[in-house]
Design a protein around this ligand. Structure first.
Ligand code: LLP
Length: 427
């Protein structure tokens, strides 16, 4: 981000604050989030899509009360996928009608809570759920706005675990075999549901726009067949999240305005051809907003040079604060941030402190040969799916999140303590 620079000693500074000072004040490991950058990215999405569309930030990427407030102030809506995310959103004052509830197996409690709070939409993911949500809404005497999540049958080019629109996976109702059409038929028959649109999310960390374009075409195709069969034009479509970010310099992400332009053009064109009113579009970026805005700061503990192989550099965190390398073979970069060094580069593998050999933070990295215990390393682009997927493996407390803005650093999520860990033990 623009606010990350090096000062005269070679120390990395973010928002005017040296990494060394953040480490002293908050300890390591720590996620350092650039609030200015977060707000700028959120605003860029908002501006790109304009007043006739909605941007729902996907809370699963990273959620805290501070983040909910920033989003609220920047005019974004929020996608939540559990009771916990919903509770966080509501407790930080996000208006319920700007919240969407997702999930392939929402519990009756979560559904009830969402309807009682007045969420703007519930995205229905299965035939059972259509009936379940209708039933709870009827009990509560309301008519709940819903969308139906469909799977359009696109193979998104990303890691298998995070691709979601091909047929053989758990999300959504397949367009194929008329299943989505049947789901629409059922939802339209239920008085306690107001079907406002259809939803498609094709996967995550995607660079190629063609998958979104195919999805948009198929979604509009379904709107057309709904109009032809029922005489109703559904007013909204949601095209999900999934835009990739640069983890290393090899990645070339699309900008929000390019995405907005491409999606608007294709939806408008397809709707004109089908003589449909253009629906209101919404999108659900998570990673693209928060991913680049944070880095993880670690302290080097030990170095183990293995002759002819590489040097293993152990840091004070690992797979409990970033599972993505182990889980998806994700690639990250890393650099020495507490000083500069003129030493020769050496091939390293940055590993964590966990009792597992797959506990890798950065598989291959060149770091200066004079690297020593006590040096600080920064791993960029850890804003998304790192703190939110953090665990307590080996009873390691989860790191804090520090937000930096205009020369001030403040805690937005505190570090877990051993007391926090022990509090759950009842024996
Ligand atoms: N909307 C829906 C319905 C989703 O399931 C997701 C992500 C998003 C939006 C946001 O996608 P994004 O813009 O952040 O790509 N843990 C994985 C990513 C899982 C994504 C799950 N769903 C990772 O670390 O790469």
């Amino acid at each position: 981000s623009e606010t990350v620079t090096r000062d005269e000693t070679g120390t990395l500074t973010v928002g005017g604050i040296p990494a060394t000072r953040i480490a002293e004040e908050f300890g390591t490991p720590v996620y350092v989030m650039d609030e200015t950058d977060f707000r700028a990215r959120a605003r860029a999405w908002r501006t790109a899509f304009g007043p006739d569309a909605d941007v729902f930030y996907a809370g699963k990427a990273f959620l805290s009360r501070a983040v909910v407030r920033w989003l609220h102030e920047e005019g974004l809506n929020l996608d939540v996928c559990s009771g916990g995310e919903l509770a966080t959103a509501l407790s930080a004052g996000m208006p319920a009608d700007r919240i969407a509830l997702h999930g392939n197996n929402k519990s009756p409690r979560e559904i009830r809570r969402a309807i009682e709070a007045g969420v703007g939409r519930i995205v229905l993911d299965s035939f059972q759920e259509i009936v379940r949500v209708a039933h709870i809404a009827r009990e509560l005497g309301t008519r709940q706005k819903v969308q139906i999540r469909i799977t359009v049958g696109v193979e998104a080019h990303t890691h298998e675990f995070i691709a979601t629109a091909h047929e053989d996976q758990k999300f959504g109702i397949p367009l194929a075999g008329g299943q989505a059409a049947e789901a629409v038929r059922r939802a339209l028959q239920l008085d306690s549901l107001e079907l406002i649109g259809v939803h498609s999310h094709i996967g995550s960390q995607i660079f190629d726009m063609s998958g979104f374009e195919v999805a948009a075409r198929r979604v509009v195709g379904l709107l057309k067949s709904i109009r032809d069969e029922h005489g109703v034009e559904l007013p909204e479509i949601d095209l999900g999240g999934g835009l990739g970010i640069a983890y290393t310099s090899d990645d070339d992400p699309r900008e929000p305005h390019e995405i907005a332009k491409a999606l608007n053009e294709i939806v408008t064109r397809e709707c004109e051809a089908a003589r449909l009113r253009t629906p209101r579009i919404s999108v659900e970026p998570g990673r693209a907003i928060v991913g680049p805005t944070a880095f993880t700061l670690y302290e080097v503990g030990t170095l183990k040079p293995l002759e002819g192989l590489r040097t293993y550099v152990s840091v004070d965190g690992g797979m409990s604060d970033n599972i993505r390398t182990a889980l998806y073979d994700a690639e990250y970069s890393v650099s020495l941030v507490s000083r500069t060094s003129d030493a020769e580069p050496m091939l390293c593998r940055v590993v964590g402190k966990h009792c597992e050999s797959g506990d890798i933070v950065v598989r291959d990295a060149f770091l200066p040969a004079d690297l020593a215990p006590g040096d600080l390393l920064g791993v960029p682009a850890t804003g998304a799916y790192c703190r939110s997927m953090a665990s307590n493996y080996n009873h390691v407390p989860r790191p804090p999140v520090v937000a930096v803005r205009d020369g001030e650093a403040r805690l937005i999520v505190r570090r877990e303590t051993e007391e926090d860990l022990l509090r759950l033990d009842v024996g």
